[in-house]
Ligand binder design. Structure first.
Ligand code: HPA
Length: 282
């Protein structure tokens, strides 16, 4: 069975469980999984119950697809994702994103935990991703092109534009809402590495020179595939720690999770308010 066939099989299994056709997809990063409790009329499907879905092996990524509504908007929330550092191939890492597209998602909110490279980006703060630098050494659209994944006219091409991968329109909505809620929201460039080791201080110095504000181990692959399908993207990073060498401290995954939990309320309030605006606007 080819990738498209597998994605169709997954969509079929999900539709057997739930009638909802989600318009907005939300991928929750490390420590941010609690947001899924905001979903009303929720139907929760474990990744293990969906054919061909990869299983998350990381603590803090629970591995459930939650379908329902937020402010009346049909949504699909991924509580947990898989990463390339777990040993998954690119088409497995991005398989859930392909499935979201086939389910009807036209707008993606992708979130992650990230290290802050820029000095004015504090631990615990939220950043709207303006652009990314993919230093993972691979690309999610690798392999035969599959035009049937196109969600809108003109998408699904072999070569596709990444100029406005992170929608300026959605970023403006996010900033306006953050201002209304008096939440500080920076803008920044997210640099992706493969992991799972955190970076060395020399790498972080190099990344700063390259123009990166944040560093993490996810997101870019999902965004590349979303853009291939023609899905509009809003990316939000939660800065869980200063990147290596910025402060003279070591980095622990438990700290990453703890900061996620502490910032969860702000994050949840911002996202809950944004979903209806994003859906109305698209
Ligand atoms: N580096 C890479 N990924 C991360 C970090 C970091 O410092 N913090 C959270 N995810």
């Amino acid at each position: 069975m080819d990738l498209f066939g597998k994605a169709q099989a997954a969509v079929g299994a999900i539709r057997e469980r739930v009638q909802i056709a989600p318009r907005v997809g939300i991928i929750l990063g490390s420590g941010l999984g609690g947001f899924a409790s905001q979903v009303e009329n929720a139907v929760s499907i474990a990744y293990t119950e969906i054919p061909h879905f990869p299983r998350s092996t990381v603590v803090g990524h629970s591995g459930k697809l939650v379908l329902g509504t937020i402010g009346g908007v049909p949504v699909a929330v991924m509580q947990g994702r898989v990463h390339a550092y777990e040993g998954y191939a690119m088409d497995q890492v991005t398989f859930p994103m392909r499935v979201l597209g086939l389910l009807g998602v036209r707008t993606l909110i992708v979130t992650n935990a990230a290290g802050g490279i820029r000095a004015d980006i504090a631990q615990g703060s939220l950043v709207a991703i303006r652009d990314h630098i993919n230093l993972t050494g691979t690309n999610a659209a690798l392999g035969p092109n599959e035009p049937r994944f196109a969600c809108v006219a003109g998408a699904g091409e072999r070569f596709f534009d990444m100029t406005n991968a992170y929608s300026p329109r959605l970023r403006k909505l996010a900033h306006d809402e953050a201002t209304r809620q008096k939440i500080g929201l920076n803008d920044g460039v997210y640099l992706a590495v493969l992991g799972p080791s955190y970076e060395t201080p020399a790498e972080i110095r190099a990344f700063r020179t390259l123009g990166a504000d944040l560093v993490g181990m996810s997101t870019v692959h999902e965004v590349i595939v979303a853009r291939h399908m023609g899905i509009e993207v809003l990316g939000i990073s939660l800065v869980t720690n200063a990147a290596a060498g910025v402060l003279n401290e070591t980095i622990h995954h438990e700290e990453v999770m703890e900061i996620g939990r502490r910032t969860e309320r702000q994050f949840t309030k911002l996202l809950t308010a944004l979903v209806p605006q994003i859906a109305v606007a698209s």
